[in-house]
Design a protein around this ligand. Structure first.
Ligand SMILES: O=C(O)C1=C[C@@H](OP(=O)(O)O)[C@@H](O)[C@H](O)C1
Ligand SMILES: C=C(OP(=O)(O)O)C(=O)O
Length: 459
């Protein structure tokens, strides 16, 4: 009998305040990359035999994908901390699951698995929490329907809950994605695995390439060529014989972003974040922070699990506002909430361009960030899809931040409170467990001061 999967912690509202802290010091390793963790489980499902995964992110979003893989026929076993085995059934061997696949808060898990189901002659019902039920699914369903999948039933606007009938013989397509989205690209490629011939995705802006890398790692033939100024053309030869391969998951740069920015804004800080993935399609935040004057250095550059990783040292820095070009957005799409916090502490104006996609994340992040900045006395404005923040080293703070079921909003504003004059309160930290369950204790280990005191008396 396989060991039972750990269940995601029950969600209850957990408010928290972050207080001006002494300099952060010490060395930490943030958990495994969320994007790679989802994909490692899915590729384990799609290969016949045993895939060993080390460093898997054990957080709500990924545990939901693990459970979905199990219901589609894989045996998924936790061996020890971050150490997992997936005994997969292989392409073509998937089963129609009993009951609903519940993806909780996870856009990536649900959309990638829609690609998997679309490429198999099976039927599955997808659901999620109130945040995921709001998120657009047609972006992945449009190409998947062209490949032969059918929507059996769905909530209004083709949102979740949704039942998808896959194609036993998916049609290979060439798809020019109108959105810069690794989830869309990945859904098409995952469906294309079971299609005869070549499935092509053309993206105008290069997005994270973990699916392409993992396809190759598991034995598929993928060619990637430049397309236009910033884009790529990805061609997958269908029906590869995927073979299980060990996966080592590097530390998540999107999680590292929080201690990184905290060290830059809290005076006296000097921290090390070990083994952070430095895939250039994920390092837009580091590029931007350095342009702002951040003291971030890389040491022990090495390759782990097929990805470049480095130990990052970050020290308190005097930051200045910069222009952040729209074409950089895909390489730092999840980092804008915490970049906005860095911008609040930077002298002058930081102009972040092309943030339309932030409106359809776990919350409307453009609106949630703007509301959080307003609550904490930070001058800012939204112009179209741009966010413009006018910062200064002295951020008032004192705000009550509404997190809207969004882990990154919660973590970003807790980071702000570590350096603002008056503590910052967030209404709910429960969703941090979807991507970074150890965030609060890890930040405390560096010297961050949080309280549980949620009330008007703090100011
Ligand atoms: O493919 C992935 O693993 C992800 C892609 C991004 O979403 P989009 O594809 O919607 O940009 C990102 O925001 C998400 O956290 C993870
Ligand atoms: C957008 C995110 O994730 P997802 O789309 O998987 O919910 C995120 O983690 O910031």
């Amino acid at each position: 009998m396989p060991a039972r999967l750990p269940k995601p912690a029950p969600i209850e509202t957990k408010p928290l305040s972050a207080h001006r802290s002494p300099g952060l010091t010490g060395s930490v390793r943030v958990p495994g990359d969320k994007s790679i963790s989802h994909r490692a489980l899915i590729f384990g499902l799609l290969s016949v035999g045993e895939t060993e995964i080390e460093g898997l992110l054990e957080a709500g979003d990924v545990l939901a994908t693990a459970e979905a893989c199990r219901r589609l026929g894989a045996t998924v076993t936790r061996i020890g901390e971050g150490s997992w085995r997936v005994h997969g059934v292989g392409v073509g061997g998937l089963l129609s699951p009993d009951g609903t696949l519940d993806f909780g808060n996870a856009g990536t898990g649900s959309r990638l698995m829609m690609g998997v189901v679309a490429g198999h002659g099976i039927t599955a019902t997808f659901d999620g929490d109130a945040s995921l039920r709001q998120r657009p699914m047609m972006r992945v369903l449009t190409p998947l329907l062209k490949m032969g999948a059918e929507i059996v039933v769905s909530a209004e606007g083709n949102r979740l809950p949704l039942t998808l009938r896959g194609a036993a013989d998916p049609v290979p397509i060439s798809y020019e994605s109108p959105i810069a989205s690794a989830q869309v690209k990945s859904a098409v490629l995952l469906a294309g695995i079971n299609a005869p011939g070549e499935t092509t995705v053309i993206e105008a802006e290069a997005t994270r390439d973990h699916t392409e890398r993992m396809l190759r790692h598991f034995g598929a033939e993928v060619t990637v060529t430049p397309h236009g100024a910033h884009g790529r053309r990805i061609v997958l030869r269908g029906r590869p014989d995927l073979k299980p391969k060990p996966v080592i998951v590097p530390a998540d740069p999107s999680s590292a972003a929080f201690p990184l920015v905290a060290a830059l804004i809290v005076p006296g800080s000097d921290i090390v974040i070990e083994g952070v993935m430095m895939n250039p399609l994920r390092t837009g935040l580091i590029t931007t922070l350095r342009e702002m004057g951040a003291d971030i250095s890389e040491a022990n550059l090495r390759v782990e699990g097929g990805e470049d990783v480095a130990d990052l040292t970050a020290r308190h820095s005097t930051l200045r506002g910069v222009e952040v070009p729209a074409e950089r957005a895909p390489s730092m799409i999840d980092e804008y909430p915490v970049l906005a916090v860095a911008a609040a502490f930077a002298e002058g104006q930081t102009h972040m361009r092309g943030l339309g996609e932030l409106r359809v994340k776990e919350s409307d992040r453009l609106a949630a960030v703007a509301a959080g900045l307003a609550a904490n006395g930070v001058a800012h404005r939204i112009e179209g899809d741009d966010l413009i923040v006018t910062g200064s080293a002295a951020v008032p703070g004192g705000g009550d931040v509404v997190t809207h079921m969004d882990h990154r909003i919660a973590m970003a504003f807790l980071v702000m409170g570590l350096a603002s004059r008056v503590p910052v309160r967030v209404d709910d930290t429960a969703f941090i467990a979807t991507s970074f369950p150890s965030f609060i204790p890890m930040m405390r280990s560096l010297g961050a001061e949080f309280g549980a005191d949620f009330g008007a008396d703090l100011a």
